[in-house]
Design a protein around this ligand. Structure first.
Ligand SMILES: CC(=O)N[C@@H](C)C(=O)N[C@@H](C)C(=O)O
Length: 823
């Protein structure tokens, strides 16, 4: 559910020569003059190369479709890039309290891309922790991490005495559940496809929850496959057949809509409970068929009353639209009776047995969005996050709000429970004040020992910060340090202490330990201790390159403020500027203008391996958080829909002028890079400001909304962004000619005749969000008019282009492409 463009990658070792045969999808088209293409037969297109200059001599086909100088650059950059991608990522952490009460065990889940296998390598590393004094915490690390292979997710039980490991199948095999004790595997269950498919281990529907007794686990998994028609020599076979039948085949049956990008082919998420003593799995009954479920948690148990499960439900009515990155899909919290009872209470002793006890109860009817349900430790209230601003406006992501409902201590649920606003949506973010909530996850157990303070991470302008929120008073405090402009993310709590990770564009992630310091009865303060850790240690070379860089967050005043703008939309936006700290004859490094997608997303000041790599090879970066980005209040965000391609384009041009005026950028060496909506901005910029950029690179760019509206999983997005939340005609699957004309007019393709900038296209062939046709159509049109174009299509990648080899090849090509035009 990340709300930020993911640009980080890691890897293991491999050699450059191995890369060569892996570029068959690369197509280079020549610069307008002078040009001598080698061969244009479709088969040879992939290695098609043009040599420029009169003294080039006989044409020679280079292995990468590159000239010798560029190939040299390719080899040297790829060597350095590997050193960056080797840095490991810290993904999650858990604290397990030790029995003797002295210190705790911290378990970290770490990952590193395995380039050769083109997979993410996951491992865990643990440490014994003890707080030695007010300003020292000791982490004694295990000597080596342990690799987890074939593991989809791990979930420790609440006491930390058991660990669930789920292994999802890659084919039609059963899903494997393992229950581990402190020293051995205790139980192993194989759940056949006839019961359910893969467990949802990430994204919106992820939810695995141990009950308090640690005997039952509730979880979300794909429904079993629907039956398919069977055909044989004599036609349709009534009643189907067994797998052993020969001379017959299974048909496809009816097409079923899925949740779009990254959910392609995944079946309906449904709720199950496993009893880990018996291994019995039961589907939870009583949930409306059209509801997709996720994020299940156990309700507190009440003596003598059936126990409930709380879950989030998304309706497929009238149809499922893409849900990845989309907070605007209406959802609600529901309660449903759990299928097993705690072993201590017999079924017959429980009150009520009527059929209606099995039907689900909607708990949040009066609000359009409710998710991340969390019970307070005493079970007296249920807190949840809401994206109602997003659902109500149609913007795919917007400012969140936090809410509370009191939980009935007698176990009698009602649909009209009062929803209390804990943290409302912030409309206009005043200078240096809380800009509102923007959360992409909640901890499983986010509570301090007072039972009413939650610790969470949220975007605050161009940084991510850690907040404490008192859910009774609504008091919000920023508790991570503000001075450094680093970004912070909470990993887990250790009692009233916090294990967090912080980083910056030029500082690799570091683990921090936050301790609550009582100042006075009414106010508290936090101190953050350094934790020395073996994780995320870069090579000597990378360390030295990073130490030669600096960064700042710039405030950029809005140009052309008018009365029609809200106050929040008239306030400065921000850009992160990364540059070398060594002055070389006062000459500026070439600049990469980097633009996030969404458009309601944000570029944070956290470490990104690919961006750090680009800064290390001699580029300054200007990472623009134009108005419409998350983290700046709702008015600034809502100022963009209806004005895409103009307001956001002008903000980027204003930011570029700002750094040129400050003498930080050379106007003749500016390049631009963006993915998705960031690619929409990039292609708009090279059309609207054709003399500004020497080169451009785009990842799955939106170039033609009129084409996208008929092919994407989020056609509603095209309407909201092109017309605005208020003026948008109601979204229809059959756009009128008038709509298509408007969508075309708002798109980069309408400025195509002016484009001159050489452009690199990185496209995922399996992208359902901005289908490959968008980038290909624009690239072909540029080539048709003689603009230099290079296209790399990754046949197995989706919108994110995050598979390790594809991400590596993308950023390597970006570095090389920009070098070519920034000499
Ligand atoms: C909502 C959405 O997916 N919009 C796309 C056009 C987009 O820009 N996606 C962002 C999230 C991205 O960075 O890919």
């Amino acid at each position: 559910m990340a709300r930020v463009l993911c640009t980080s990658i890691t890897s293991s070792n491999w050699c450059v020569s191995w890369l060569r045969p892996r570029l068959p999808h690369s197509v280079s088209s020549p610069p307008p003059n002078p040009v001598r293409p080698l061969s244009l037969s479709p088969k040879r297109l992939s290695t098609f190369i043009a040599m420029t200059g009169s003294g080039a001599g006989p044409l020679k086909e280079m292995p990468l479709g590159l000239d010798p100088t560029t190939e040299e650059e390719y080899a040297s950059q790829s060597k350095l890039f590997q050193e960056f991608i080797n840095i490991s990522n810290i993904d999650k952490a858990w604290i397990i309290k030790s029995d003797c009460g002295k210190g705790s065990k911290a378990v970290f889940s770490i990952s590193q891309p395995n380039l050769l296998a083109n997979k993410k390598r996951k491992f865990i590393l643990s440490a014994h922790t003890s707080k030695e004094s007010d300003n020292y915490v000791n982490f004694q690390w295990a000597p080596f991490p342990v690799e987890l292979t074939g593991v989809s997710t791990i979930v420790p039980s609440p006491s930390g005495s058991k660990l669930l490991i789920v292994r999802n199948p890659e084919n039609e095999s059963p899903t494997q559940f393992e229950i581990w004790g402190p020293s051995q595997l205790e139980k192993e269950f194989h759940i056949p496809q006839s019961v359910h498919g893969s467990v949802y281990a990430e994204g919106w529907f992820e939810g695995i929850s141990w009950n308090a007794n640690e005997t039952l686990i509730a979880y979300v998994a794909e429904e079993p496959s629907p039956s398919k028609p069977t055909f044989g020599g004599l036609g349709y076979k009534k009643g189907g057949l067994t797998d052993k039948d020969c001379g017959s085949w299974k048909g496809q049956g009816d097409w079923v809509e899925d949740w779009g990008e990254t959910y392609a082919g995944k079946r309906q998420p449904a709720l199950f409970v496993i009893n880990i003593n018996s291994g019995e799995v039961r589907a939870v009954e009583g949930i409306t068929k059209s509801l997709s479920v996720g994020q299940v948690v156990w309700a507190p148990s009440t003596k003598g009353v059936h126990q409930y499960l709380i879950f989030v439900g998304w309706s497929s009515d009238p149809r499922k639209l893409g849900i990845k990155y989309c907070y605007n899909r209406a959802c609600a919290l529901y309660a449903i009776r759990a299928p097993f009872q705690d072993s201590e209470v017999g079924e017959s002793e429980l009150k009520g047995n009527a059929a209606e006890d099995y039907s689900m109860v909607s708990l949040t009817q009066s609000i359009s969005s409710a998710f991340y349900p969390r019970f307070s430790p005493d079970g007296k209230f249920l807190v949840f996050l809401s994206a109602k601003s997003s659902v109500d406006s149609g913007a795919h992501s917007a400012t969140d709000s936090l809410h509370r409902i009191d939980w009935p201590t007698d176990g009698k649920l009602c649909t009209s429970a009062q929803i209390v606003d804990v943290v409302p949506v912030v409309m206009c973010a005043e200078d240096n004040c809380f800009p509102g909530l923007y959360c992409s996850s909640f901890l499983r157990s986010p509570w301090l020992s007072d039972g009413c303070t939650m610790i969470l991470s949220s975007y605050w302008r161009s940084t991510e910060v850690i907040l404490s929120v008192n859910v009774l008073s609504g008091n919000v405090s920023r508790i991570s340090t503000a001075e450094s402009n680093f970004s912070w993310n909470v990993l887990t709590l250790d009692g009233d202490s916090i294990v967090a990770v912080c980083s910056s564009p030029i500082d690799v992630p570091q683990i921090k330990y936050g301790c609550l310091v009582e100042k006075e009865a009414t106010s508290t303060a936090w101190t953050w201790l350094d934790v020395s850790s073996p994780i995320s240690r870069p090579s000597e070379k990378v360390r030295s390159l990073l130490s030669s860089l600096q960064f700042s967050i710039m405030k950029i005043p809005v140009k052309g403020v008018s009365d029609s703008l809200t106050k929040g939309a008239s306030k400065p936006f921000e850009a992160i500027f990364v540059s070398s700290n060594s002055k070389k004859n006062d000459a500026c490094d070439p600049l990469i203008v980097m633009l996030h997608g969404g458009p309601h997303s944000v570029s944070l000041s956290s470490f990104s391996k690919s961006l750090a790599f680009l800064s290390s090879i001699g580029y300054s970066l200007l990472i623009v958080n134009y108005r419409g980005s998350l983290g700046f209040g709702e008015e600034a965000l809502q100022s963009l829909p209806g004005k895409v391609g103009s307001q956001d384009v002008n903000d980027v041009l204003t930011a570029i002028d700002h750094v040129i005026e400050m003498g930080l950028a050379n106007p003749s060496k500016i390049t631009v890079l963006g993915g998705s909506h960031g690619g929409f901005l990039t292609t708009h910029l090279i059309g609207q400001a054709p003399d500004k950029f020497v080169a451009a690179a785009v990842r799955n760019p939106v170039c033609n909304l009129a084409l996208m509206v008929g092919t994407t999983d989020i056609p509603d997005w095209c309407y909201v962004e092109a017309y605005g939340s208020e003026k948008k005609p109601s979204f229809t699957e059959a756009p009128s000619a008038e709509h298509l004309t408007h969508l075309h007019g708002m798109s980069p393709i309408s400025h195509l005749p002016k484009v001159k900038t050489p452009t690199l296209f990185l496209l995922g062939a399996q992208d359902l969000r901005v289908p490959v046709s968008n980038g290909l159509q624009y690239a072909r049109a540029l080539r048709e008019k003689g603009v230099e174009v290079k296209v790399i299509v990754f046949p197995h990648d989706v919108h994110g282009i995050e598979r390790p080899q594809s991400d590596f090849e993308s950023f390597l090509n970006i570095g090389v492409w920009f070098k070519k035009y920034c000499k």
